[in-house]
Design a protein around this ligand. Structure first.
Ligand SMILES: [Zn+2]
Length: 413
């Protein structure tokens, strides 16, 4: 039995205690009072339920074409450094998982990952639901890969077949993106109105086809009103926000960092950034999900969109606490509990009550975060295969000291 004592931070409360994990099942056996005996030194730390990043791009598929950027082994090493114990991987691969056979083939590849991987299946113009119960992803506008739609009508004719399913949407309207092609900057070629228009349509689809909907990497303050109104009338929708949309805005762009900080959707205004922080705090936004996009340094210099963020997941959470006053409970909610609820229905039965809470019966995977030791992020420390970070040079107020995976300890970082 692994015994860890310290300050335990769940979404519904913080307390002093001991967590006992049965290494043979990987599940939490019990929570007890502190006795002064702990298998790990957790002084100065918060013991969180393991963090979950439900939007990543690990880049590995059966074609192997993009394994030079990242694979399930390196993405999992980056996750462990970031305190992330479970991830959900997007389907925009060269051999996209859009049917049972391709999904099963990609799933085989995930076994080299130390952290649990849930796979999304892709929705394209001609796809149909899988036999298996899986989450789906629909890319509304052109991004990286081929799974996208040219119009709202084309998207709806595909979604009609997915009634009642769990579908995540990348909200950027393809017609507006096409019309904005000639604008001078990446940010103006992908304007906020593209996300807002796509949000209206995604919410319409979620309601009409009774989907369990999720809006990915949300970035516009204006669109939050639509999400709030939909939630208020009982639409089953949740929303993600990325670390980069919470930390950076378009007023911070310079000639030096512009290419590094290019992603879809792009950085927005300072007011949008603050609106995202407040929506995350209030519960209107449900998850911190990174959209981890491990493109190589050479690709970034050629203008490829996306940034790698798994290595810094937990350290970023300490910034939200120190800089923006997020409580440990709020961090547990958006980094562990809500992501755990999202993947629960797709987990194998041996995972008990699933991820997201330090309590008996849940998976014994924990993120032990040192709140007192600042971390200067450097390129050399990154475990992602693409080997860089948009946070290079940033000093976070804390970092992940240990990541525990089903009772097995990884660290000290
Ligand atoms: Zn993505």
């Amino acid at each position: 039995m692994l015994r860890l004592e310290g300050t335990i931070a769940n979404h519904d409360g913080v307390f002093e205690g001991a967590v006992l994990i049965d290494e043979s099942t990987g599940l939490i056996d019990s929570i007890e009072a502190r006795t002064g005996v702990s298998d790990l030194d957790t002084a100065g730390c918060l013991i969180f339920p393991g963090f979950g990043d439900i939007h990543i791009h690990a880049r590995e598929d059966v074609s192997g074409q993009q394994c030079y950027k990242e694979d399930f082994a390196t993405t999992s090493a980056a996750a462990v450094q970031g305190g992330v114990v479970q991830v959900a991987d997007m389907p925009n691969n060269p051999t996209a998982p859009v049917d049972d056979a391709r999904y099963a083939a990609k799933e085989q590849l995930t076994h080299k990952s130390a952290v649990h991987v849930t796979l999304y299946a892709g929705i394209g113009p001609t796809t149909r639901p899988l036999t298996r119960h899986v989450p789906y992803k629909a890319f509304m506008g052109p991004s990286v890969g081929d799974l996208f739609f040219r119009s709202q009508a084309e998207l709806e004719s595909a979604i009609e077949h997915y009634r009642g399913r769990n579908v995540s949407f990348h909200c950027e309207d393809p017609v507006i993106l096409e019309a904005s092609k000639g604008a001078p900057t990446h940010e103006s070629r992908r304007p906020a109105v593209a996300e807002i228009t796509a949000t209206e349509f995604a919410l319409y689809l979620i309601e009409k086809y009774e989907l369990i909907g999720k809006l990915c990497h949300y970035s516009t303050g204006e669109g939050l009103k639509l999400i709030a109104a939909a939630k208020a009338r009982g639409v089953r929708v949740t929303a993600e926000v990325t670390p980069h949309h919470l930390y950076f805005d378009d007023a911070m762009l310079t000639d030096e960092n512009r290419l590094w900080l290019q992603m879809n959707p792009p950085l927005r205004s300072p007011a949008d950034r603050i609106a995202m922080i407040e929506a995350l705090r209030s519960g209107l936004i449900d998850y911190i999900a990174t959209d981890h996009a491990p493109h190589t340094i050479a690709e970034k210099m050629q203008g490829v969109s996306g940034v790698p963020l798994l290595d810094t997941y937990g350290a970023f959470a300490t910034w939200l606490m120190a800089e923006h006053g997020f409580t440990p409970e709020a961090i547990a909610r958006v980094c562990a509990w809500n992501p755990g609820r999202f993947v629960k229905e797709f987990l194998p039965a041996r995972f008990g009550l699933g991820f997201g809470k330090v309590a008996a019966g849940y998976i014994g995977s924990l993120s032990i975060v040192d709140m007192k030791t600042p971390w200067l992020v450097t390129r050399e420390q990154m475990k992602t295969k693409c080997a860089w970070s948009p946070f290079e040079g940033v000093t976070f107020p804390g970092r992940v000291r240990y990541t525990v995976l089903e009772g097995r300890v990884h660290g000290e970082a």
